[in-house]
Design a protein around this ligand. Structure first.
Ligand SMILES: [Zn+2]
Length: 100
């Protein structure tokens, strides 16, 4: 299951990039923004969910993963200090943000 289209993080918001915008970023080889693949795995069933995210060099590895997990939370995953769980494996009763 590939997560398409690409996503970009603007501030703390997850934005879906329209195809044209993504294409122009990919074609602009000298620009600061570039696409990278970040995959989040379910801690219980190990299903993976690869996504394409537009990042810049000043976004570190941990921050990128945090972005991807924030994105996963918007599509039903439970990603927080307890781990990453797909919609099928998220603990019973754990509604969006219930552990926070
Ligand atoms: Zn799972």
């Amino acid at each position: 299951m590939t997560d398409k289209p690409a996503h970009e993080f603007v501030g703390h918001e997850v934005k879906t990039l329209p195809d044209e915008a993504f294409t122009s970023i990919v074609r602009n080889l000298t620009g600061p923004r570039y696409p990278t693949a970040i995959t989040v795995y379910c801690d219980r069933c190990y299903v993976d969910h690869p996504g394409i995210y537009v990042v810049t060099d000043d976004i570190g590895r941990d921050e990128r993963l945090g972005f991807a997990r924030a994105r996963m939370r918007t599509i039903g995953w439970s990603c927080d200090e307890h781990g990453d769980y797909c919609p099928d494996c998220r603990p019973a009763g754990a509604e969006k943000g219930a552990w926070r």
